[in-house]
Design a binder for this molecule. Structure first.
Ligand code: GAR
Length: 217
């Protein structure tokens, strides 16, 4: 089996990165983590990746004149490491339409809300302010429009009366760590197809269930 060479882009803590790295330790996982890249040299997640023996790179966006120059450096690294798939995992820089189109259907993101609700930042605060009863997370293919693109996986959690943004975020994060490795596996094994903005799994009717949809807790 060819394991797809995957890069993870982070900006901070890297807990989703860690979940992906841990899933990819299994020899039959269809992706291998071949590079962890951060736009912030001080990102905490880099240390974990390094300790795992995974090549890491810090491409500090602040030293570049603009997004195009920043992305040119990233492209060099992706080429150097023969990257085939990219996972954005708490990567807090917008990518240009040019970059996103070049990686169409090979670039996925995790977002801490049930898209298309709550695009953008502060999703947990906004969900609580709206009094929603169900919240969650989404893994989706990246398209030029922010937090849009065909949905690969979602998980929902119930909102509790005494939730704060922090407690809600923590419960959602548990689900993020479950659905992201499952979604990457689906993309990497090549059984996911997109038509009309919807993703379909080939052979989903057969004995194939890498995507265990977590029950609402
Ligand atoms: C995660 O909750 C992720 O969904 C979110 O940032 C957090 C990163 O945590 N991503 C976004 O908000 C993207 N717009 P992590 O660094 O521990 O994975």
């Amino acid at each position: 089996m060819h394991r797809k060479r995957t890069a993870i882009f982070i900006s901070g803590r890297g807990s989703n990165m860690r979940a992906l790295i841990e899933a990819a330790r299994a020899p039959d996982y269809p992706a291998m983590i071949a590079l962890v890249l951060s736009n912030r040299p001080e990102a905490e997640g880099l240390a974990f990746a390094k300790a795992e023996g995974i090549p890491t790179a810090a491409v500090d966006h602040k030293i570049y004149a603009g997004r195009d120059e920043f992305e040119k450096s990233i492209e060099v690294l992706l080429d150097l490491h023969r990257i085939e798939l990219i996972c954005l995992a708490g990567f807090m820089r917008l990518l240009t339409p040019h970059f996103v189109r070049a990686w169409a259907q090979r670039l996925i993101n995790i977002h801490p809300a049930l898209l298309p609700a709550y695009r953008g930042l502060h999703t947990h605060e906004r969900a609580l302010a709206d009094g929603v009863k169900i919240h969650g997370c989404t893994v989706h293919f990246v398209v030029p429009e922010m937090d849009e693109g065909p949905i690969i996986a979602q998980a929902a959690v119930g909102v509790h009366d005494d939730d704060t943004p922090e407690t809600l975020a923590a419960r959602v994060l548990v689900q993020e760590h479950l659905i992201y490795p499952a979604a990457l596996a689906l993309v990497a094994c090549g059984r996911l197809h997109v038509s009309d903005n919807r993703t379909h799994i080939d052979g989903a009717d057969q004995d194939f269930a890498p995507l265990q949809v977590p029950k609402i807790d």
